[in-house]
Design a protein around this ligand. Structure first.
Ligand code: SAH
Length: 219
């Protein structure tokens, strides 16, 4: 066995342990567990941190940002996708692109927006290298959504504003789901699920979460 195969086997084993942990934490969707089994999370971070890639924790990705904890990626994906077939999804906060890569396996098309240019560029190159082709990338403030690509049947936000940006509500299709952490202070936020109905929006308050702040403007 050469060293690359050795690394590959270690990561497969630790990735499998991550999947077992997600099952223990209550993630039941096989589709989602399979998607997370397929995406090599260690390729989404610096070599120095790669050995910790399958721990259930968020880790730094540079520029003061973090890759989300596997449990939260799984939970948000489960809440968004559930049994539905999603055609056109918007993700705000590409970061390192890990969650984008998971989503790309479960929905027809992902549109992802990141305000920090180096993160946007690196994620785009990385997913291209992994031969993931059903993703469009935009460097912009996600508070504007992505009007040219709207409407979306799912919107997922990976940074926490103090209130739901109006443009995201406007760009949600009827029947579509928006998942967003709300609250400025880290550790004091809650995940909210918004469903657009014919006549308005149903807002459901879900579990407490901890996300980086949603920032205005391009970085
Ligand atoms: N989805 C990532 C998590 C990235 S952390 C993962 O798979 O791990 C959240 C990201 O949201 C950061 O990269 C941050 O720069 C970005 N962000 C914060 N505010 C934003 C905004 N207004 N528009 C777009 N991206 C934003």
């Amino acid at each position: 066995m050469n060293s690359i195969q050795g690394i590959g086997m270690t990561s497969r084993r630790t990735r499998e342990r991550m999947i077992d942990r997600l099952i223990d934490q209550g993630i039941t969707s096989h589709k989602i567990l399979d998607a997370m089994r397929n995406v090599p999370r260690h390729l989404f971070m610096d070599d120095a941190l790669a050995s910790r890639a399958y721990e259930d924790t968020s880790l730094p990705i540079g520029h003061g940002q973090t890759i989300s904890q596997p449990y939260i990626v799984a939970k948000m994906t489960e809440l968004l996708v559930d049994q539905r077939h999603l055609k056109n999804v918007l993700e705000i906060g590409t970061g390192c692109g890990y969650h984008t890569a998971v989503l790309a396996q479960l929905v027809e098309h992902v549109n992802t927006v990141e305000r920090i240019y180096p993160l946007h560029k690196q994620a785009k190159d990385r997913l291209w290298g992994l031969e993931i082709r059903n993703v469009s990338y935009l460097h912009n403030d996600g508070g504007c959504g992505w009007p040219e690509k709207a409407l979306f049947d799912g919107i997922l936000v990976a940074a926490a504003p103090s209130e739901i940006p109006e443009k995201l509500l406007e760009q949600l299709a009827v029947g579509g789901i928006l998942l967003i952490p709300i609250g400025k202070e880290r550790g004091m936020q809650e995940l909210q699920r918004v469903i657009r109905t014919e006549s308005g929006y149903d807002i459901e308050r879900l579990e407490p979460v901890s996300f980086v702040p949603f920032m205005s403007g391009k970085g």
